[in-house]
Design a protein around this ligand. Structure first.
Ligand code: MN
Length: 336
């Protein structure tokens, strides 16, 4: 089982005229991924309500759309992201709470339409997550989230991620191809192809494979993390500046990488072991994200769905001068 990345689709929402566009965009994305009319209609209704609710409490923000990679079924992820204050969750959850000019079904109804619904709201703004899966699939939600954006919305993205699952074990890769644009993407994709051939090989050996595969490209920063569910064991190897943190409610640890550029030059790859870390959150991010964030600045956020966490960090710490990727993953048994 393999998941790999596409860019987050961002729709700016600052006027009620954009609600219809958001609804049609979400519905079209669902239909492209095989949702039938009823299921795509649910997606459309959720998009309408999330964007209307956002306009009402924050006046402006963004709707982030993503087709969830195949995981026993297709899904659509919608994230309403804003910097507004005073988000009133109990009021928003009340059925019939009018969001102005819409059906006013309230987020309570959205939470029942969606297979996954979660919210984080504080003084810095709100992020509301809804995931909907096709009803005819036996999809299970993966406790995983990604926010990925290229600089200036370039269709080429130098950041690449790839996640493999095997019997509850996970192996995840993040590459930041040097710079940005098509040549950076070429470097990233070369490394991803090598990784995809043996994602559960020893990470230091994998790093050598990636080094060879990325030779002749401009190279990049690479991090590989492998989780063994049976003993709650995480192994991490990094070259270059992919950020990595292992977090639970008590503490946060940074996972260290060695200097170098994979595909060009580095002295050695070394793996570090962490155990037991079941139940921890693993966050990997490219240097398009500032590293000075601290999840404990956001009360309760560590317990939210990883997709909410990735969206909050992107909203508040994106540098805006490079491609950016934030992956958040709950380390728990996630059967393939
Ligand atoms: Mn970068």
């Amino acid at each position: 089982m393999t998941l790999s990345g596409t860019l987050t689709w961002v729709l700016p929402i600052d006027d009620s005229s954009q609600v219809g566009h958001a609804r049609r965009s979400a519905q079209a994305l669902a239909q492209e991924h095989g949702f039938n009319e009823t299921d795509a209609g649910r997606v459309a209704l959720v998009a309408t309500e999330l964007t209307s609710n956002l306009l009402k409490h924050a006046a402006r923000g963004e709707l982030h759309l993503r087709a969830l990679p195949r995981f026993n079924g297709f899904g659509i992820e919608l994230l309403a992201v804003d910097r507004g204050q005073g988000f009133d969750l109990p009021a928003c959850l009340t059925d019939g709470f009018s969001t102005g000019g819409t059906q006013g079904i309230g987020l309570g109804a959205v939470s029942r339409l969606a297979d996954v619904f979660d919210v984080h709201a504080d003084a810095r703004g709100a992020v509301v997550l809804a995931r909907l899966y096709r009803r005819d699939d036996k999809a299970r939600d993966l406790a995983f989230g990604v926010s990925q954006h290229s600089l200036h919305n370039d269709p080429a993205c130098g950041d690449v991620w790839h996640l493999s699952l095997k019997g509850g074990d996970l192996s995840v890769l993040v590459i930041d191809g040097l710079g940005h644009g098509p040549d950076a993407e070429l470097a990233g994709r070369a490394g991803e192809s090598a990784f995809a051939q043996a994602p559960f090989a020893a990470p230091t050996l994998l790093m050598d494979d990636l080094h060879h595969a990325m030779g002749g490209t401009r190279g990049g920063a690479v991090a590989i993390a492998q989780y063994q569910a049976a003993d709650g064991h995480l192994r991490f190897t990094g070259i270059g500046n992919i950020g990595a943190s292992l977090i639970n409610a008590e503490r946060a640890r940074g996972l260290a990488s060695h200097p170098g550029i994979v595909g060009v030059q580095y002295r050695k790859a070394q793996s570090f072991d962490f155990t037991p870390v079941n139940g921890h959150l693993l966050i990997l991010y490219s240097d398009g994200l500032q590293s000075r964030w601290n999840l404990s600045d956001y009360p309760g956020l560590v317990h939210r769905h990883p997709a909410v966490i990735a969206a909050v960090l992107h909203r508040d710490y994106c540098r805006g001068r490079d491609d950016v990727t934030v992956i958040a993953l709950k380390l728990e048994t996630q059967h393939d």
